[in-house]
Every structure is written in structure tokens, then in C-alpha cells.
Design a protein around this ligand. Structure first.
Ligand code: B12
Length: 137
């Protein structure tokens, strides 16, 4: 699959993105990495330009929940991106992973998978993408 990997608008951390890029490439995916501090407009423009099979959003600075909500809403507002699979994860809250209320809001906004920052979450991301690849095949 072609995966568009992106940091979120306020987040300047980069090693999370480097790690995830390697993780995805090791699983055979083609990764388009946008880097950190990507706002909703740049993200939607990049999705139109690269036509990825899925988007992976990563944030660890504590503002990921708010940033990812804005990003997902912007994607879902574009008719041609409304069905694009999106997973968001990392330390999405200010105390690490997001709380259940925040995760539920992200899902309601159209985020297909809301994940945390542990090894199990990486495996869950791998499984999420593998399931999407099977649907696309
Ligand atoms: C290095 C670092 C910085 C550097 C970043 C340099 C750079 N070029 O990246 C600098 C000094 C710039 C920095 C700044 C800040 N930081 Co900082 N930083 C760290 C630190 C020490 C290490 C991060 C790192 O590189 N880890 C290595 C990578 C590989 O691991 P990772 O980021 O955790 O990513 C893994 C998982 O989170 C997960 N994951 C990540 N994304 C996703 C997505 C999906 C879908 C999935 C499944 C998994 C996943 O997979 C990755 C691999 O295991 C952490 C503390 C820590 N020990 O984690 C704090 C930390 C992330 N920072 C923190 C904070 C608060 C900040 C600042 C806000 C501080 C400030 N007051 O200015 C700013 C944010 C600036 C901004 N605009 O974003 C907090 C975040 C708190 C939270 N979310 O609960 C942390 C956790 C420190 C702490 N304990 O308080 N930081």
C-alpha cells in the first residue's frame, strides 16, 4: 500500500515519524513522509496529490488529539478523501495516550483507528493496514 505518513500541525517531534516510516517500510509499504508540523490544508493537498491508500497520523507532544481532530475533519470535508482510511496514534493526550472520550470523538469525526504509543499499538497499526490491503485487493 501507499501510506501517507504525517506529523500533526503543532508537533515538532521527528523520531516518532522516522521510526514509523521504517516500521511501515519493513512491512512492505510505500511511504510518503510529510514530516512534522503538517496542518490540515497541507495534509489534504498532499492526499489529493499522492492519492495514498491510507493515512497514518503520529503525534507525541500532547496536542495530538486536537490536531488530529482538525486533520480528520478537513479530510472528511473533501468528497474524494471522505473514505480514505486514517489511523492516528502516539501520545495523543497531555498524559500520554488519549483518553477514551477523546478517542471516541476522533472516531466520530471519521478517524478509523485511534491508537496509543506501545508495541501493541504498532502491531494494531500493522493489522489495521493489512486488513485494508485485503479489502483493496
Ligand atoms: C526528544 C524529545 C523532544 C525534542 C524533539 C526533537 C526532535 N527532533 O524530534 C524537543 C526538545 C524538540 C521536544 C520538544 C517538546 N516536547 Co518532547 N520529548 C522528547 C522525548 C525526550 C523523546 C521523544 C523521542 O524522540 N522518542 C523516540 C521515538 C522513536 O519514540 P516516540 O516519539 O515515543 O514514538 C513511539 C510511540 O509514541 C509510537 N507512536 C508514535 N506515533 C504513533 C502513531 C501510531 C499510529 C502508532 C500506532 C504509534 C505511534 O511509536 C513510536 C515508536 O515506538 C520525549 C520523552 C520520551 N522519553 O518519549 C519528550 C516528550 C514527547 N515531549 C513532551 C513535550 C511536552 C514537549 C514540549 C511540549 C515541551 C515544551 N514545553 O516545549 C515540546 C513540544 C514542541 C512541539 N511543538 O511539538 C512530552 C509529551 C507529553 C505527552 N504527550 O504526554 C514528552 C513525552 C516528555 C514528557 N514525559 O513530558 N521534545
Amino acid at each position: 500500500m501507499k501510506i501517507l505518513l504525517s506529523g500533526t500541525a503543532s508537533d515538532s517531534h521527528t523520531w516518532n515519524l522516522v521510526y514509523l516510516g521504517l516500521f511501515l517500510e519493513e512491512r512492505g509499504h510505500d511511504v510518503v513522509a510529510l514530516g512534522p508540523c503538517v496542518g490540515p490544508r497541507l495534509l489534504t493537498a498532499a492526499c489529493r496529490r499522492h492519492a495514498p491508500d491510507a493515512v497514518v497520523l503520529s503525534s507525541v507532544n500532547g496536542h495530538g488529539y486536537r490536531d488530529a481532530l482538525a486533520a480528520v475533519r478537513a479530510l472528511r470535508a473533501e468528497p474524494e478523501l471522505a473514505a480514505l482510511p486514517v489511523a492516528a496514534g502516539g501520545k495523543l493526550g497531555i498524559a500520554g495516550r488519549s483518553g477514551e472520550t477523546e478517542a471516541a470523538r476522533l472516531r466520530a469525526a471519521g478517524c478509523d483507528a485511534v491508537l496509543g504509543d506501545g508495541a501493541g499499538d504498532l502491531e494494531a497499526l500493522g493489522a489495521f493496514l493489512a486488513a485494508r490491503a485485503q479489502v483493496a485487493a
